[in-house]
Design a protein around this ligand. Structure first.
Ligand code: VJV
Ligand code: CA
Ligand code: ZN
Length: 376
């Protein structure tokens, strides 16, 4: 099923900060940075450190963050703490911090780690120092210019793409998180230098945007692609829409760099998601994008059943290094999380797939027609 081509040697730069797993959104909050540390432990114990270069990025500075965000928003993020929160009553509302986006200890440093990885990854790709850059602490696609949203405060993806745009005339962004990549889409909605493409659950689901007919504005018209999906999509169905859409965009747009957001909440059994992808179905997207052989940035994103997110990001890190990792999990610091099977696999369930071939065909036909009738 999944094929690697070992002749297509890839230099992979992997960004990880050993502090990231210590940040906590608060009791009961579904977003757990600890899953990044779990993935890292598996990645190391599978021996992938022998294949790729491992870096700890310098945290993004306030000035770097302000290449996308407003000064007053970044200033707020840098000052607010759980202890002084009562002094920021107005700002809490204005900048949308609250239950989805709580103010927790070390929030600003956490943003710095996430943003630093994506910015340094982009800079290494720009200088031709690697072919693939990985930052699982990134992928926080909902953050807006002046507002937190959906567990995201700093939009590391937008910052990374801005860096790529210094060297690349056209950058493609692909988003397989179960949620719509609204913050990235919005940031580049009126430009033809970035094409955004998000696959997501649509209909009574956060953030509520990402309709098929939302295609961009002005110069950006036809440079936003939205694939609204229903509950229960399985591997075969996802592949049947993902591959032709991405192929069509690659042919039409001919980007010189690609950013792939690998949100793990599109996996079967996710605590917040409603799709039915297996680990290999999810990883097929990574492999498919990699086969185009253009500079590639891989970022994390959502994913709320921690053991499945870490499994999948590990398997995908293997693929990016042209290795198909064996099923048997190596011993690692978090081994007990992977019981009772202790295998590198996420299996689909028997849930109903509400995405009929007719429904998907209509979407594909619409997207292809939109692009074919337009000169780039
Ligand atoms: O659906 C929403 C917004 C509400 C208001 C806030 N309440 C808490 C939930 C409903 C309308 N928010 C979504 C945000 C999803 C963000 C996804 C992020 C990503 O994966 O795309 C990228 C990293 C949502 N769904 C579930 C929750 N919020 C949720 C938040 C909690 C929670 C349980 C569920 C916050 C705190 C606690 N429990 C304790
Ligand atoms: Ca998405
Ligand atoms: Zn998500």
């Amino acid at each position: 099923d999944l094929k690697v081509d070992p002749t297509q040697k890839k230099r992979v730069a992997y960004f990880y900060d050993a502090d990231v797993g210590n940040y906590a959104y608060g009791a009961g909050h579904p977003m757990k940075p600890h899953r990044i540390r779990m993935a890292h432990s598996l990645i190391m114990n599978y021996g992938l450190y022998k294949k790729m270069e491992i870096y700890r990025a310098k945290p993004a500075t306030k000035q770097e963050m302000c290449q996308f965000h407003t000064d007053e928003y970044i200033d707020f993020l840098s000052r607010v703490t759980p202890d002084n929160l009562e002094m920021f009553a107005k700002e809490q509302i204005k900048f949308n911090v609250g239950d989805d986006c709580p103010v927790f200890d070390g929030l600003f440093e956490y943003c710095g780690i996430s943003g630093g990885g994506s910015m340094e990854g982009a800079a290494r790709l720009n200088r031709g120092k690697c072919d693939v850059a990985i930052n699982y602490a990134g992928g926080l696609h909902h953050a807006k210019k002046s507002e937190a949203s959906g567990f995201c405060y700093l939009n590391d993806i937008v910052l990374g793409i801005i860096e790529l745009l210094r060297y690349h005339p056209r950058v493609l962004y692909v988003d397989i998180d179960v949620h719509h990549g609204d913050g990235v889409e919005e940031a580049f909605y009126t430009t033809d230098r970035v094409m955004t493409c998000s696959f997501h659950k649509y209909g009574e689901f956060f953030p509520g945007t990402g309709e098929l007919r939302d295609i961009g504005v002005g110069k950006g018209k036809h440079h936003a692609v939205n694939i609204p999906l229903r509950d229960g999509i399985d591997d075969a169905t996802y592949k049947s829409i993902f591959e032709p859409v991405v192929q069509k965009i690659m042919d039409w747009y001919q980007p010189s760099a690609v950013v792939l957001q690998c949100g793990g909440d599109s996996l079967s059994g996710d605590r917040l998601g409603c799709f039915n992808l297996s680990m290999k179905g999810h990883a097929n997207c990574v492999n498919f994008v990699k086969l185009f052989g253009i500079p590639m940035m891989v970022v994390g994103g959502g994913g709320y059943t921690m053991r499945n997110v870490s499994r999948t990001w590990t398997y995908e890190s293997g693929l990016l290094n042209n290795v198909l990792l064996p099923l048997e999990l190596p011993y690692n610091e978090y081994y007990e999380y992977y019981g009772p099977d202790y295998k590198l696999d996420v299996r689909p369930s028997n849930m109903y797939n509400y995405n009929s071939p007719e429904f998907l065909n209509k979407i594909l036909t619409n997207i292809v027609a939109n692009l074919e009738n337009t000169k780039h």
